[in-house]
Design a protein around this ligand. Structure first.
Ligand code: AR6
Length: 185
């Protein structure tokens, strides 16, 4: 437990927020997709993003030649309100001893590297790996909050980062992770 001063210093930046929403409806500069390594679409948030972006996104993704776990690729948002989609491939949870935490953190870092290149000011993330890939949600939320806060501190152009939950339970987990890292709930 840190003292008051260190809690203030370490608190997540004010522009880091949590929300319960359908990410495909958000009018931010970029939304992040929890894709698979083919980048050709799938279920969950990936399927929803592909449906809402329209057929052009799959044609564009097909030219990218896939994406290894932990990396990120950028496409236009096509029919989405968001200008860009940053596709990341989260790790499949396999007990936690197969580099999952480092790979999940890499998804966030690589997404932010692309965001910085494109001067993206606002970005929304789904709970990468927390669906069919089975990552424990509390552990994933702690990594998400830590990486988003670090990216915002490093890039003054990044003014709004949204951690998007698709159900009330995930929203509460994000709020707890924010509070645990010294932020407002
Ligand atoms: N908006 C925001 N979050 C959503 C939405 C939405 N519209 N739909 C689902 N979620 P998952 P993963 C949440 O399974 O675990 C795909 O088939 C969902 O509640 O989409 O990284 C890919 O092609 C969960 O909390 O992604 C891959 O094969 C979170 O998004 C594989 O699933 C992530 O769940 C990736 O698995």
């Amino acid at each position: 437990m840190g003292g008051a001063a260190s809690e203030v210093m370490d608190a997540p930046p004010a522009g880091l927020e949590t929300a319960e929403a359908d990410i495909t409806r958000l009018a931010v500069d970029a939304i992040v997709n929890a894709a698979n390594s083919t980048l050709l679409g799938g279920g969950g948030v990936d399927g929803a993003i592909h449906r809402a972006a329209g057929a052009r996104i799959e044609a564009y993704c097909a030219k990218l030649g896939g994406c290894p776990t932990g990396e990120a690729r950028l496409t236009p948002g096509f029919d989405l309100p968001a200008r860009w989609v940053i596709h990341v491939v989260g790790p499949v949870w396999n007990g936690g001893t197969h580099g999952e935490a480092a790979l999940l953190a890499a998804c966030y870092r690589n997404a932010f590297a692309l965001a910085r290149e494109k001067r993206i000011a606002s970005i929304a993330f789904p709970a990468v790996s927390c669906g069919v890939y089975g990552y424990p949600r509390r552990e994933a939320a702690a990594i998400a909050v830590r990486e988003c806060a670090a990216a915002m501190r490093a890039d003054p152009g990044l003014t709004r980062v949204l951690l998007v939950a698709f159900d009330a339970a995930m929203l509460e987990i994000y709020r707890e992770a924010m509070a645990a890292q010294g932020g407002a709930r």
